[in-house]
Design a protein around this ligand. Sequence first.
Ligand code: SAM
Length: 211
Amino acid sequence: MSNYKLIHLPADLPSIPQPVDPSAPQYTAPHEIAFLCWCAQHCPGNVLEIGCNYGRTTQALARTNPSKTVYAVDRTTISGLAPEQIGETPVFGLAGRLAWKEPNVALFNLPNGITPELISELKVGMVFIDGDHAYEGVKRDTDALLDADVRGLFVWHDYDILDNPDRKWIEVRRYVDTLSLSPLYVLENSTAACAWIARGTGPDFLGELVI
Ligand SMILES: C[S@@+](CC[C@H](N)C(=O)[O-])C[C@H]1O[C@@H](n2cnc3c(N)ncnc32)[C@H](O)[C@@H]1O
């Protein structure tokens, strides 16, 4: 059984701009996107999204955090992805397209995702991990961040506290629980789990949201 604290949405969520193309896939719910944007507004440093897809969340993060750079990563290959996830990978060349015009977005479309060398210079203070959901995939991405000495707020999508048999291929929770993060926060009515990694001093604004 995971040891987590449920948190509620903050009262002062930013309003989220409509995406350029509302027909693009929506993998992250509007209230989760608003929560991510709010977190980014409260975290020092830049934002990194691993698994940006067509850039729906990227665009919102960028518009609500104009003073930060939003780094967004997707991959050009499907090798090693669970069969259920292969269809999520954007059409070649179109990753992040909803955020292409945002002046504060930098996109990386890479064969196999991030490396510690790539991210160590980016001054990242918040990460949204929403790429490969297999155990080894989410571990590889998280390890790369830790190896690059990224410190701050880590948010994993699809942590999934419900034991839904249709979602067994999503192994984010199995991996995240091996980290024994304390406290680990889970947003209510959401699959997002988040924790501070060696954040140093400063207010724990998530702790104030515990239900
Ligand atoms: C669920 S979608 C992400 C949705 C997006 N975060 C949003 O909020 O709109 C998952 C994405 O992760 C990408 N992906 C899978 N493995 C990856 C990896 N190792 N590094 C970066 N992206 C990855 C897929 O190509 C896909 O576009």
